[in-house]
Design a protein around this ligand. Structure first.
Ligand SMILES: *Cc1c(COP(=O)(O)O)cnc(C)c1O
Length: 319
């Protein structure tokens, strides 16, 4: 398999209809854009929105002659895992600067990253907050050698064009209007890129996986001068279930039920909360009759193993 070629071609992912009764009753069509199926390898590590965001960064790193990538993240980060996997597929050394102390027994995500050859460098929370300063980055260069820097979560300028392609692909697949596109957000990078590819009468809803209301400002920052032109979006701040990676028994039940009914696995951090939120808004008549709603499955399924390890086998992984 030629990983570079798959990266460059980014084969289109399926758009599948989800016949949920609450939508059908209201003459609304719900679709899932299976971007979780956009992957290299079959281990759900380099996939989904991490594929989209890393694409042009990896191409730039190669073009500039780097042989080492360095990035940042928490101990369960999908981005760390995706970068580690990218290192293996595309032939880069990788360094993951991890927030906090090494977990005593490790966890599935970190074990995976290590197995891919990633060097894990733990820094305490205080130092981690300084991670974008010149001093900190210079110290890392002294320790590890020169590297191509990818920020925490992977949301830099070069993350946007890959996500713009997702928007363009979606428009080719779905021509019925009014169209709503819903996606889970962490840093807002995917949302910012997606907006640039979605032209015409499309409303975009970002469901924040974190508590607070800072994401609107973050997305505007990422959009830069385009922010004044791109106003067809909105952040939903009510579906984080208590905060990042927090959950309730109802959410877990929903995720397992959804998989049994529609055959699509959702993760508890991002896409489970997204689908819950979309169905809740449909129920509340947020969308007009006749609407098409596309929920983007951004991936994240690698995190289920670590989640189950930590909290017990809550999420059904069979089938
Ligand atoms: C990282 C991630 C997100 C968040 O993407 P942002 O660009 O940071 O908003 C959403 N969904 C999944 C599955 C992710 O892994």
């Amino acid at each position: 398999m030629d990983a570079w070629r798959i990266l460059q071609e980014s084969p289109a992912t399926p758009l599948v209809a989800i016949p949920v009764p609450v939508a059908t009753e209201k003459n609304i069509q719900l679709w899932i854009k299976r971007d979780d199926l956009l992957q290299i390898g079959d281990d759900q590590a380099f996939c989904g929105n991490k594929f989209r965001k890393l694409k042009y960064n990896l191409l730039a790193a190669r073009e500039k002659g780097y042989d080492r990538l360095l990035t940042f993240g928490g101990a369960f980060s999908n981005h760390i895992v995706a970068t580690a996997s990218a290192g293996r597929w595309f032939g880069f050394q990788t360094i993951g600067v991890i927030r906090g102390h090494p977990p005593p027994d490790g966890n599935a995500s970190l074990r995976y990253a290590k197995a891919c050859g990633m060097q894990l460098h733990y820094v305490d929370r205080g130092a981690y907050r300084e991670k974008t300063t010149d001093d900190f980055l210079l110290a890392l260069r002294r320790q590890f050698g020169d590297y191509y820097l990818i920020p925490e979560g992977g949301s830099n300028t070069l993350a946007l064009p890959g996500c713009k392609e997702l928007g363009e692909e979606l428009l080719r697949q779905c021509q019925v209007r009014p169209l709503y596109v819903a996606l889970a957000c962490g840093t807002g990078g995917v949302l910012a890129g997606l907006l640039q590819g979605l032209t015409g009468n499309v409303q975009v809803l970002g469901f924040s996986a974190l508590k607070g209301s800072f994401l609107t400002a973050e997305v505007n920052k990422l959009l830069g001068p385009a922010a004044s032109r791109l106003t067809n979006w909105h952040i939903q701040n009510d579906y984080h279930f208590g905060g990042f990676a927090k959950f309730t028994p109802e959410l877990i039940h929903f995720i397992n039920q959804f998989k049994r009914q529609y055959g699509i696995a959702l993760d508890p951090i991002y896409t489970g909360k997204l689908l819950w939120g979309v169905l809740d808004l449909i129920e509340q008549n947020y969308f007009p009759a006749g609407a098409q709603i596309v929920a983007i499955h951004t991936g994240g399924l690698q995190g289920i193993r670590g989640f189950n390890e930590r909290f017990g086998p809550l999420i059904d992984q069979t089938g």
